[in-house]
Design a protein around this ligand. Structure first.
Ligand code: HEC
Length: 400
């Protein structure tokens, strides 16, 4: 009798262990990038949905509240599955703080800020490319797919009616998602809400086009004034347009981004070529750090051809020394990538070139008044500097 109990206990234990370990195993097999994207997806839902679950320290929707708690736990666990790196411990601390905030029914603003900040740090730490390689596809590319695979749940133009999808026209809610967050909900392997509800595979380009289309459902009808593109240059180009959440911006910038991200074709024309060059160099650097020198080289050449070349003449007129110095820096960087120079050398050249291009941007479009334009430029520069610091920290650790 006792032996029977013991052996059946053992059996149960065995099943449990094998169950748990197969889950672990399935996770462990996923690429770090997939794990990080999944965690970011969970965090973006927490940021967006929390306001519906808790108001004035009261739980208004217990089912949603429990779901958010589970999602926060899962994000913590996913982080533990990711390879250790300098910075992971602090990030784990930030996720624990987020969990505690949710437990204490903290304000929606605090929870949203914590969740978004953790998602951004995670993306930086694991060097996720969070925007398409070159440009955003137009919404019309996705119209047929939307009708075929999405409309039966979300309604023909984003209003679900009696169907089971969420309301994609809710402007306040949709403004809490970046375009990348929307893109991220469209991969069945990353997104629990969709799971396998979306038929078949979607290519990365199709997902970006769908994100643009969906962003259009809640976009303001009116085109923003062109001067806003000068005021917020980082928001009309990649990666800013893809990774920024409108809800985190001043009112005029939020409305403008809401429209721009739904109309990327038009937005591209608003960009000064040198701003485009700066954005593309940043993308190239991200690809390089993510271990894809071929893509990186391609983006770098695009930055040269479509960004620097059209701006060079104007720069030559205003500051010819800077123009020649930049010529040399492009050359040096190209050669370093082609010759497979050591990573830290290449990164250093990237940073020198980026600094030069940012300087050229100042020379070419002096800010009319330092106010709000400086605000966006400052954010942009800060993000770049942070990336640089992070990288330096990594190198220092790995050399020890
Ligand atoms: C089986 C029904 C179903 C199908 C098919 C479906 N969705 Fe969804 N989708 C949902 C539900 C339910 C949610 C809400 C998840 C949540 O809020 O937790 C959602 C969430 C989203 C979100 C995130 C925004 C939000 O409100 O949460 C986006 C974006 C989205 N869907 C777009 C699409 C697109 C694009 C397609 C087609 C490729 C699609 N969905 C297909 C049911 C569906």
């Amino acid at each position: 009798m006792a032996r029977n109990i013991i052996s059946s206990l053992c059996l149960v234990l065995l099943i449990l262990i094998s169950g748990v370990s197969s889950v672990r195993f399935a996770w462990a097999q996923e690429e770090p990038q997939a794990l990080a994207e999944r965690a970011i997806n969970l965090l973006s839902y927490i940021a967006v949905d929390y306001a519906d679950a808790v108001a004035e320290r009261e739980v208004r929707d217990p089912r949603l509240y429990r779901q958010l708690q589970r999602q926060a736990d899962m994000a913590e666990e996913l982080l533990q599955q990711l390879p250790d790196k300098p910075g992971r411990t602090q990030l784990a601390g930030a996720l624990r703080d987020l969990n505690r905030s949710i437990e204490q029914r903290d304000s929606a603003d605090n929870v949203r800020r914590r969740a978004n900040a953790a998602a951004d740090r995670l993306a930086a730490l694991y060097q996720l490319p969070r925007s398409p390689a070159e440009m955003l596809p137009p919404a019309k590319e996705a119209e047929a797919i939307y009708t075929e695979r999405c409309a039966h749940c979300h309604g023909p133009r984003g209003t679900p009616g009696n169907a089971k999808g969420s309301d994609l026209r809710n402007r306040e809610r949709m403004a809490r998602f970046s375009l990348y967050d929307l893109y991220n909900t469209l991969d069945p392997a990353r997104d629990d809400a969709h799971g396998h509800a979306i038929d078949g595979d979607l290519s990365s380009r199709e997902r970006w086009a769908l994100a643009v289309l969906v962003a259009g459902f809640s976009a303001p009808a009116e085109m923003p004034e062109a001067t806003l593109a000068e005021k917020y240059p980082a928001l009309v180009g990649l990666p800013g347009i893809a990774v920024t959440r409108p809800s985190e911006l001043p009112v005029d910038a939020a409305a403008a981004l809401g429209w721009w991200r739904a109309n990327p074709d038009y937005t591209r024309r608003l960009q000064h070529p040198i701003v485009r060059a700066a954005g593309l160099i940043q993308l190239a650097q991200t690809s390089y750090r993510a271990g894809d020198p071929t893509e990186s080289y391609h983006q770098l050449m695009l930055a040269l051809r479509e960004g620097f070349a059209p701006a060079r003449l104007g720069l030559e007129e205003r500051n010819s020394a800077l123009a020649s110095r930049l010529d040399q820096q492009w050359l040096d960087l190209r050669r370093a990538i082609l010759d497979e120079a050591p990573t830290n050398e290449v990164i250093e050249k990237f940073q020198r070139l980026q600094a030069g291009v940012l300087r050229a941007r100042e020379v070419l479009q002096p800010a009319p008044e330092r106010g709000p334009y400086g605000w966006a430029a400052l954010l942009f520069a800060l993000a770049l500097a942070l990336g640089g610091l992070l990288w330096k920290g990594l190198r220092r650790r790995s050399r020890r």
